[in-house]
Design a protein around this ligand. Structure first.
Ligand code: NAD
Length: 437
């Protein structure tokens, strides 16, 4: 059993803390957001993440999981401190390290015994040295700084954390290495490795992985766009390509661009990090540009079709940046909403989990309805922006009856073309032929 404090109780921190509690450790999750901490103390999970509620509740009941806003009190007894703090893009696109370094300085002032300080936030190469310096500025006790990037996916976070493909640990301290090895032992029982390396390599591994995945998606989006030009079907191309085991089937689905709290900021931060070290990342620089354009690809198609969007009303299914999360950070749906509002269109939207977060940004600028089919009444077309399972097998007759004209603009290729042919819809998707009726 280890005593652990996790600083920052967001998507990563809360999952990390809860999963470490689940494996028998004593965990306190710290956050500066008082209302979030109050909510957690009442037993409520402040985010939507499948399966988190069950282990959250169980570990609170077993007194292995607590919540606090008091950093000083929370770290007193613990041996390991995880930093799961935001690293949002700064004004120039580089990672803003003020949260991480701010807490590191506070820790230096507060620590009264040896601690392993583990950075779980996604941070540029060299940050562990900055964290070490920030802690050391005031610290009177020994400590080690470890880089332990997190690879969980929102929507699968608990599963990813409990059964990771691999755990990456960057440290040059033998003592810290032993502590981390013991802590992660329950998570690697099936032979999935703990990969030990130096701090810088660990930090870069995370950026390299995310930038590679963003590149894979973006590559496929370009192929899809070209398919439209030449009359090929991206679904066929995707399956043909992905069957090559060197390429693999995953992350080849074309759409309206990648979004979320990680890919956009991490790809941008790696480009900036390159510039700071006098290195020009040409491939991922292009990924950024192509993805920006892809986010409004469906709007371009709609403009082509309708000519003018002003005064039109559109039904929008999906707001979260991907299914099974309420996270709307950098969601392509929001870029589409902005473009549609700027073009003078009205929007009625539905999402199974993300509507409260969208309401907080758009207020009454768009209409949000609690029922999937209510958005359709009298709308000029249905737009699909997120591939929630609930959208995959809809009541097409009801859609047709409710819309003013039976038109669907699908940014996620949810329906097979032969399934849509003859259904009486005008159907546009990404990288495939348009069905006209
Ligand atoms: P988040 O915004 O959901 O959570 C961050 C939390 O930190 C918030 O609750 C915030 O109130 C709290 N916080 C801010 N300042 C604080 C302070 N001084 N003291 C205590 N708490 C403070 O962020 P997230 O999505 O969990 O991401 C955290 C880090 O993990 C980022 O670097 C991110 O890039 C990385 N990451 C995220 C994911 C993901 O899928 N979300 C996956 C892997 C890595």
């Amino acid at each position: 059993m280890k005593k652990i404090a996790v600083i920052g109780s967001g998507y990563v921190g809360l999952v990390t803390g809860t999963c470490f509690a689940e494996t028998g450790n004593d965990v306190v999750c710290v956050d500066i957001d008082k209302s979030k901490v109050e909510k957690m103390k009442r037993g409520e999970v402040p985010i939507y993440e499948p399966h988190l509620d069950v282990i959250f509740e169980r570990n609170i009941k077993q007194n292995r999981l607590r919540f606090s806003t008091d950093l000083a009190e929370s770290i007193k007894e613990v041996e390991i401190i995880f930093l799961a703090l935001p690293t949002p893009p700064g004004e120039d696109g580089s990672a803003d390290l003020s949260y991480v370094l701010g807490v590191a300085e506070q820790l230096g002032k507060l620590m009264s015994s040896y601690k392993v300080i583990v950075d779980k936030s996604t941070v540029p190469v060299g940050t562990s040295e900055l964290v070490t310096a920030a802690v050391a500025k005031h610290s009177k006790v020994p400590f080690d700084v470890v880089s332990n990037p997190e690879f969980l996916r929102e929507g699968f976070a608990v599963d990813d954390f409990m059964k990771p493909d691999r755990v990456v640990i960057g440290t040059s301290s033998e003592k810290a290495r032993a502590v981390m090895k013991e802590l992660y032992k329950p998570f690697v029982r099936q032979g999935n490795p703990i990969i030990f390396m130096d701090e810088k390599s660990a930090e870069l591994t995370k950026y390299a992985a995310n930038s590679f995945l963003a590149t894979k998606i973006t590559f496929m989006n370009e192929i899809a766009n070209f398919c439209e030009r030449v009359g090929a079907n991206v679904d066929e191309v995707r399956i043909g390509m992905g069957s090559d085991t060197r390429i693999g089937k995953r992350f080849l689905f074309p759409g309206i661009g990648y979004g979320g709290s990680c890919f956009p900021k991490d790809v941008q931060a790696l480009v900036k990090s390159g510039k700071q070290h006098d290195y020009n990342f040409q491939i991922i620089d292009a990924v950024l540009r192509v993805n920006d354009k892809q986010k409004t690809r469906l709007i371009d198609k709609m403009l082509n079709h309708f000519g003018d969007l002003s005064g039109k009303t559109f039904a929008l299914w999906g707001l979260a940046f991907k299914p099974d999360t309420d996270d709307i950070r950098e969601a392509p749906a929001l870029y589409m909403i902005d473009a549609l509002l700027a073009a003078g269109a009205k929007i009625r939207a539905y999402d199974p989990e993300a509507m409260e977060n969208v309401r907080a940004i758009y207020g009454s600028k768009i209409t949000l309805t609690p029922e999937q089919y209510d958005v359709l009444d009298g709308a000029d077309a249905l737009i699909i922006a997120t591939e929630w399972s609930a959208f995959r097998n809809p009541d097409f007759d009801r859609i047709k009856k409710s819309l003013k004209s039976p038109k669907i603009f699908d940014g996620r290729n949810l329906f097979e073309l032969d399934e849509m042919a003859g259904k009486g819809f005008y159907y546009e998707s990404i990288g495939r032929a348009t069905i006209t009726a």
